[in-house]
Write a protein that binds this ligand. Structure first.
Ligand code: FPP
Length: 264
């Protein structure tokens, strides 16, 4: 792994790290796993792991903006996470609220557009209010999309898209024969984002866990044993470097990709 320029002072957005400009992924998504284990290994309550994990979120969002990603999707709370102990769920909701309030100014000053996917209606008002406000206020920002997956499930989002299309068919607005990968993709909540290029999962687990199932169709997968609270900007840079070393073939041969002859 090559070394990088030191991070810039202040908010760390001034200077992009060396060597990462070429072949950057446009859209990166992260399964932020390992907060609980990070805390338990230190004899701390699980919530302390989430609190430290929120610091990683802050650092990684800055780093993503600094290197020039177009979109960063973070799996902050899954549809299945509601089943965790009530105290952990409410602690996570409070951390989300704090993040949305405390990072508001930096998000606005750095041209970041906040979006969210998932069953947002299930979120408590303490999260929903600052979330809706920041989504609305940052809608015209265009330097990077920060997309939070909240009460999110990949299967659930595919089922919702199918339902939407079914409703259009029932209303006579769409024919079944018009459903293809493009029309289906347009019904997904990520339709307006660049295609997912890189999916990162921390903590050594090698699973997708119901995250971006449709979108990950051609994404590069990157698994690291680093626990999320320890995943800071240097870890993101390492993942981006690994991505730059991959050859993406999209079902073609290596020779086709090399020659640039991509016609079928
Ligand atoms: C998985 O670790 C992580 C989560 C369920 C929550 C992620 C939340 C944060 C990083 C903090 C708040 C988010 C934002 C956007 C400010 P785990 O608890 O499953 O870890 P374990 O597998 O070690 O138990």
């Amino acid at each position: 792994m090559s070394s990088h320029a030191q991070t810039a002072p202040g908010n760390g957005l001034a200077e992009p790290p060396l060597g990462l400009e070429a072949r950057l992924p446009r859209h990166v998504a992260i399964i932020m796993d390992g907060n609980g284990r990070w805390a338990e290994s230190r004899g701390l309550p699980r919530l302390e792991g989430h609190r430290e994990g929120a610091k990683s979120v802050r650092d990684v969002v800055r780093a993503a903006r600094q290197v020039g990603l177009e979109a960063l999707t973070l799996y902050a709370f899954s549809a299945q996470n509601w089943a965790r102990p009530g105290q952990e769920v409410s602690g996570l909701m409070e951390l989300l609220r704090d993040y949305l309030i405390e990072e508001r100014q930096e998000i606005m000053e750095n041209g970041i557009q906040l979006q969210a996917i998932g069953e947002l209606d299930r979120l408590p008002t303490l999260v929903r209010e600052p979330l809706d406000a920041l989504i609305a206020d940052s809608a015209a920002n265009s330097d990077m999309v920060l997309n939070l997956a909240l009460s999110y499930g990949g299967r659930e989002s595919i089922a919702r898209a199918a339902k939407q299309l079914g409703e259009k068919i029932a209303a006579g607005e769409l024919k079944p024969s018009q459903i293809d990968v493009e029309t289906f993709g347009n019904a997904m909540p990520t339709a307006k984002l660049p295609g997912l290029d890189l999916l990162i999962r921390t903590s050594g687990e090698q699973r997708i866990s119901n995250f971006l199932l449709w979108e990950a169709g051609y994404a590069e997968l990157y698994f690291t044993s680093v626990l999320w609270p320890d995943f800071r900007r240097q870890s993101l840079h390492a993942a981006l470097e690994a991505y730059q070393g991959r050859e993406r073939r999209f079902g073609l041969t290596g020779a086709q990709i090399e020659s640039g002859d991509l016609a079928p």
